[in-house]
Every structure is written in C-alpha cells, then in structure tokens.
Design a protein around this ligand. Sequence first.
Ligand code: ACO
Length: 430
Amino acid sequence: MSQDAYRLIGPRGNEMELPVHRGTTGPDVIDVARLYREKGVFTYDPGFVSTASCKSDITFIDGEEGVLMYRGYPVEQLAAKSSFIEVCHLLLHGSLPTQAELDDFENTIRRHTMLNEGMLNFFKGFRYDAHPMAMLSAVVGSMSAYYHDEMDSSNPDHRDIFAHRILAKLPTIAAAAYKLNIGQPFIYPRNDLNYSENFLHMMFAVPAEPYEIDPVASEALDLLFILHADHEQNCSTSTVRMAASSQANPYSAIAGGISALWGPAHGGANEAVLRMLNEIGDASQIGKYVDKAKDKNDPFRLMGFGHRVYKNFDPRATIIREMCHKVLDQLDREDTPLFDLARELEQVALHDDYFKERNLYPNVDFYSGIIYKALGIPTSMFTVMFAMGRSVGWVAHWREMITDPQIKIARPRQLYIGEPKRDYVDIAKR
Ligand code: ACO
C-alpha cells in the first residue's frame, strides 16, 4: 500500500499531516486514526457515507460506474458462467476452485444440510404466523448454543466448519420457517440435489406426492444467490463485523446480520416492492404514487429505487431484469400484469426529473421480488432469500476480520449534544 498525505489545517494554525492509503482500485482513504490522540478531535460522519471502516480484499464496488466484483471477477461474468456454490468458494477462499476443490466443497456443504433434531423444536414455540425473518434470526442465533464449545475463532478448522454450517443449514431453517407458516410437515434435505434444487425441494415438496423441480426455477434462484452473495461493507455485513469484533460467537453475529438485513431500507426492500406494486394496483395509478414519492411531506418512497452506493445503475438489476423475463416467459404464471406494472413504473421514474436529478435507478430488489413471486415464493420469504445468498458474504467478512492481526473492537465515538453537567435534584423538589 503506497502512502501520500493530506494536510489538515485546524484553528490557530494547528496543522497535522494525515497519511493516505491507496487501495488496488477505488478512492484513496485518509487515515484519521491518530486524530484524537494527537489533536483531541473526532471526525463526524453519520451513516458512514465517507468513512471506510476496514481494509478488505473480498468485494469491490464502483457506484458511479456500476461495477461490482467479487475477488476481482466482475459479477456479470460470474452470473453468466459460475454457480452459487463456486462463488461461495471464491468468496471464502479468494480463488476460483479447481474441479476437485469444487467437488469437495460442494460435497461438504451437502453433508451439513440437516439440522440437529432439537433445533426443530424451536419452531414449535413460534406462532403459525411468525415472520420467517424473525424465525431465521432466532434459530440461527440458537446455533451459538448448539455449537458454542466447538467454536474457537482462532482455530482454522472451527472457522471452516462454521462457514459450512451457515451455508448448508440456512436453506433448511428458511424452508422450515415457511413450512411452519403454512402448516405443512418439515421436509428433510436431499443430498443428491444441488444447493438451489434442494431449497426448492424443502420448500415445495410434500410427503404425499412426488415433487418435480423446475430447472428454470433453480437456475433463477442460483443466479439471485450469486447476485446477493456479497456487497462489501453494507449494513448487515457491517453489523456482523461489529458484533463479532468483540470476539462474540459468530453464529450470534450472523443472527444480528439477519436482523439488520430485515429493514426495508436494506434487504426488506424486495418485500416492500411487492407490497408497493400491489398497493399501486394498475398503471393508471402510477402518476399518483410517483407524485407521493416526490412529495417531501409524504414519507412514501418508491421501493426498489435508489442506492447508497450505486448512483448510475445497479449492475445486479441489469442482470436480474433479463432473468425476470425468462422466468415469466417459461413459467407462464399469472404475474405478468404485475411485471408489466413494474416495467411501466420503472420507465416513468427513469424519465422523471426528480429521479434523474437524484440518480435514483431501480436496484436489485426491484426485480428480485417479482422473480420470487413468479417462482411461488411468498412475499414474507423474500428477505429470507436475500439472507441465504448474503450468508456467504457475512461469513467471508467475519473470517477476514477475525484473522486480521490488527483486529480491534468496533467502537465509534459521538458528538455529545445533551445537557452539560448538572446536579441531582431530590424528587420532592422537582
Ligand atoms: N423514492 C423517492 N425519493 C427518494 C428515494 C426513493 N426510493 N430514494 C432516495 N430519495 C430521495 C431522498 O428523498 C433525497 O432527496 P433530497 O435530496 O431532495 O432530500 C435523495 O433522494 C437522496 O436520498 P437519501 O435518502 O439521502 O439517499 P441514501 O443514500 O441515504 O438512501 C436508500 C439510499 C436507503 C436505498 C434510499 O434510496 C431508499 O430509501 N430507497 C428505497 C428503499 C430501497 O429500495 N432499499 C434497497 C436498497 S438496495 C439493497 O439493500 C439491496
């Protein structure tokens, strides 16, 4: 890493040179770590819009150019040529696997898909209508109870087993949550199926009759998992890093990431898009809703539009849009009017000055929800699908952080704007 310097000029000519770190690609980063120790001031950056919280060699995003790369490989190439399991290997280990490495990795994941039977009892404690994200977070959190003694973060074997368990068991937990919601028996995983096929089997098979897996559905799922696999220091990944920076059990840190993902400003947006499209109802109402989104006195926003990082277009949205067509054409389901409404809304927003001036483009979640719906996945499961894809990113970032020799507990500072010191007043005198 080569270094330059920025000069900080404070009051009364109080100057300081701040080192600059240069990454492989992307903007330079000014190192302010010595600022408080030497000058007694903090930096202020709510929402971390200009702050890098760590060094990472996993994922690169260029929001202006619409670039997303995992370990240097453009997501478009991975989407066209790779599989989710291969991308998992890439993200976790840093390189594309040989055929033998891939076979070994895939086999390991297949063999970790079953849950401890005791874990299924957790589901009995939930109400039939519990949100699957709440169940996913709770049951993944419970893995910290099942695997506490076997989880020494400094042990590379333990780190590997943790990664395998998270990747393998999340689909089983997710499908179990869905089965609880609809009152059907849990379906056990099948080791002869690939990752996406197995998930479809656990979601939709019933003991009473055979279930045929649609190859278009498993292809679409695999693509969506690839596109959601990582996105550098997003809210849920930063949550995982922050929680685990205290050396907390990583299963509970992943549960924290799942909770962060649930919010509508993050992974919950795909669910919110579908609710919004249903609320809009038909094309004649689009103008009214676009006006609501532009009205500063109205909290309504167009869900699936805008992104903290992508300010021109979201490369994932471009890929997913094509898949959306393919799924709708081949599955021949009755959601085409919804998709047409989405396309029309997209066109109206893309040509509206408000959205153009603010660079508000459709993001990945705008299309993903429509595909999920076409595959028969209920709206409440959409963010769960996102979590399954993102789980590998969370694990890769956890591994990177926990093996960094310079690891520090994450502990931001604040600008205090409360009362200055005052004396306690006895209750009778208040
Ligand atoms: N609809 C209407 N106006 C919007 C929207 C939207 N979807 N998104 C942003 N704006 C407006 C804001 O009101 C603001 O306007 P102003 O400058 O006149 O005040 C301007 O655009 C900038 O918006 P910010 O909220 O400052 O941008 P930020 O980067 O903080 O927010 C976010 C990004 C949270 C994604 C936002 O665009 C949003 O709420 N979008 C809808 C939810 C969504 O789709 N989230 C999914 C994110 S992608 C993912 O997690 C995979």
